[in-house]
Write a protein that binds this ligand. Structure first.
Ligand SMILES: [Zn+2]
Ligand SMILES: [Zn+2]
Length: 277
């Protein structure tokens, strides 16, 4: 297997994945990995938004705040137990809400590093917008601004699935096309990643079916157009992330398809992630 390190892994504690740390670590050892990071979805405090926004943005599909100490203890135990076989890192995948920096600082202090995963953002009117269902030409810049503002805080080592904005993106005519605005936003995200020394991740998890894996033109993310722009930037640091939500998703047709994608596009991907933040 070509992948040797994976820095994006979920556990059952987020309520939409299966398995505990040991399941993933043992699977990673079997696969011959050198490093694995456990990065489950961090808790989102309820006072970050209205009750309706909390529900509409799937915020209960994240770890509960009270569970954090147990989560950290579990990772620490696996780290110790397997120290001669594999390097186990602790992390979170977190959202970013403006004016709540103290919370992200708190999260950063608990673990080895943080992944930034922007699944929703606060728009100029102060409303929380779900990226999967409500991204359009009207608010794509606000998604981008959230990514950049978060990277500038220095709390995040990697921006995972930066191109996820294309998933439900709609232009003026309601079409899902990678248009000039998508190109502009992609460039700004990539340039901010370089400036702030943040890795961008090519994410494997959205390839759910084997027939989809065969045709990269069907993929919403990773999106070919985004990564072809990224290729122009020689200083950009790119890594691959499984984003596994089940132990068996640490390998398989989806990961193989991603490496094929990387080769076909001629992308330069880093095997090992350094902790820079
Ligand atoms: Zn998830
Ligand atoms: Zn994830």
């Amino acid at each position: 297997m070509r992948m040797k390190n994976n820095y994006h892994t979920h556990l059952k504690y987020c309520n939409h994945a299966t398995g505990v740390t040991e399941d993933y670590v043992c699977e990673a050892i079997k696969l011959g990995f050198n490093e694995i990071a456990i990065t489950d979805h961090a808790p989102i405090p309820v006072d970050f938004m209205t009750k309706k926004e909390y529900k509409d943005n799937y915020c209960t599909e994240n770890m509960k705040l009270e569970f954090v100490p147990k989560y950290l203890k579990e990772i620490k135990e696996s780290k110790e137990l397997h120290k001669n076989e594999i390097k186990v890192l602790s992390g979170f995948e977190t959202e970013f809400v403006y004016d709540r920096e103290a919370f992200y600082k708190f999260l950063r202090e608990q673990v080895d590093f943080l992944n930034l995963g922007v699944h929703f953002f606060k728009n100029k009117k102060g409303h929380i917008i779900d990226c999967y269902n409500y991204l359009s030409y009207k608010n794509l810049e606000e998604y981008k601004d959230t990514c950049i503002k978060a990277m500038e805080t220095g709390f995040f080592n990697t921006l995972v699935h930066p191109d996820m904005f294309f998933y439900g993106y709609k232009n003026k005519d309601g079409e899902n096309i990678f248009d000039d605005l998508c190109i502009k936003v992609s460039r700004e995200i990539i340039e901010a990643a370089i400036k702030n020394n943040v890795y961008l991740e090519i994410n494997c998890n959205n390839i759910k079916k084997e027939d989809v894996a065969k045709d990269m033109n069907l993929w919403k993310y990773p999106r070919k157009e985004f990564w072809l722009i990224a290729k122009e930037y020689k200083d950009l640091k790119i890594i691959v992330g499984c984003d596994a939500h089940a132990p068996e998703r640490l390998s398989g047709f989806h990961v193989d398809a991603i490496y094929k994608f990387i080769d076909e596009l001629g992308l330069n991907v880093l095997e090992k992630m350094e902790i820079n933040h």
